[in-house]
Design a protein around this ligand. Structure first.
Ligand SMILES: [Zn+2]
Length: 88
């Protein structure tokens, strides 16, 4: 049984797409159309990292995409921690 999902299963701290202001991590992202929503499951927050940054959203089944997105739709939209690439 394959469970193909757009988000990564591990908690990550790569800051390029923003990080949860509470814990400095994220749990990956889900697409809503061309929008890439990163989220933190622990703190039930999400933020819009960008639009059309990755091409794969076009290949996703729209209905499945919306079903997956429902899981984070109730999360609070927050301003994430942004650490620009290359900054130390
Ligand atoms: Zn968090």
């Amino acid at each position: 049984m394959s469970d193909v999902v757009a988000f990564r299963p591990r908690r990550a701290t790569d800051p390029e797409f923003g990080l949860c202001p509470e814990c400095g991590c994220h749990d990956g992202f889900l697409n809503k159309g061309s929008q890439h929503w990163f989220f933190c499951r622990d703190h039930r927050v999400r933020w819009l990292a960008g639009i059309n940054l990755f091409d794969h959203w076009r290949a996703e089944n729209r209905t499945e995409q919306l079903t997956r997105f429902e899981a984070i739709e109730c999360f609070d939209v927050v301003q994430p921690i942004w650490k620009p690439k290359g900054a130390s």
